[in-house]
Design a protein around this ligand. Structure first.
Ligand SMILES: [Fe+2]
Length: 282
């Protein structure tokens, strides 16, 4: 897509979708759907059953120094309570199989509701891709079958660090679901960063690199959007975020299918992510 096309796509603001009663992702017009798929980012109306306030309250509690959740142990580099290792971000990050152990039951339940949203979005991407439904499980590294890897992270931006909120990047996984309470998120469109305003009652959804990889030979390829978070200042309202990452099984494989169901390529997930990391560092 040309730069001017991309810029035009955003002139009306980001499109907004809903989850229908039957669990499908729907846009009110086909133009909105096209814009969302071309940009790789859109708003999603918060489903009424989702207790977003309760989850926000949990996240906000992590800022107090005596929160017991700040003692959550680290598991590798990606999980646990992690302070200021990535720009201004301080976060509690956990993969799905640890939610019941470390999160309150209602927060673990909230995560499972985000699983359902992630599977609905993933299903719509795969449906539009033309990849036969019998292959969706393999194409998504298990994610569309309720497996794969999911992270539920509670993030805040620590303004004692005079850094960017989060440097420009693409997400590596399939789909990111974000609830943010304050401005700062920007996406790169046609070479320029543009604000993604907080839209009350809505989550922000963006596509990641693994989704691009698995749809690359399909009838509807989607791309990962470059985004960043502006440096948060101490005079700003403290920026909290709930971030859910829908990922393939990190120890598994990703397969590229075309709409006839023929294999066009594959990669281990670790291999793909290592390649992305190398490109990012270079
Ligand atoms: Fe991101």
């Amino acid at each position: 897509m040309t730069d001017s096309c991309q810029a035009a796509l955003l002139s009306e603001g980001l499109p907004a979708a809903t989850i229908s009663g039957s669990g499908r992702l729907v846009f009110s017009t086909s133009q909105d759907f096209d814009r969302a798929w071309d940009l790789g980012v859109f708003y999603l109306k918060v489903p009424t059953c989702l207790d977003i306030e309760g989850a926000r309250h949990f996240g906000q509690g992590l800022t107090s120094a005596d929160s017991p959740y700040r003692q959550t142990p680290k598991y590798g580099e990606l999980e646990g309570f992690i302070a200021l290792e990535n720009n201004q971000q301080t976060k509690l990050a956990l993969r799905r199989h640890r939610w019941d152990q470390h999160y309150p039951s209602e927060v673990a339940q909230f995560g499972r509701q985000l699983d359902d949203i992630g599977v609905a979005i993933m299903g719509e991407v795969l449906r539009q891709s033309g990849i036969p439904e019998s292959l969706w499980g393999r194409a998504s590294g298990g994610y569309s079958l309720g497996e794969g890897t999911a992270f539920l992270n509670f993030v805040h931006y620590d303004t004692r660090n005079p850094d960017l909120g989060l440097r420009p990047h693409t997400d590596y996984g399939f789909v990111t679901i974000l609830d943010a309470t304050a401005p700062g998120l920007q996406i790169k469109i046609a070479g320029d960063f543009m604000d993604v305003p907080v839209l009350p009652g809505h989550l922000v959804i963006n596509f990641g690199e693994a989704l691009h990889f698995v749809t690359a030979y399909s009838e509807r390829t989607v791309g990962a959007v470059v985004h960043r978070v502006l440096s948060q200042q101490s005079i700003d309202p403290l920026r909290h975020g709930i971030v859910y990452f829908a990922n393939p099984d990190l120890e598994g494989m990703l397969w590229q299918f075309d709409a006839k169901g023929e294999v066009k390529g594959n990669s281990s997930v670790q291999g793909l992510f290592a390649l992305l990391e190398k490109n990012l560092t270079e």
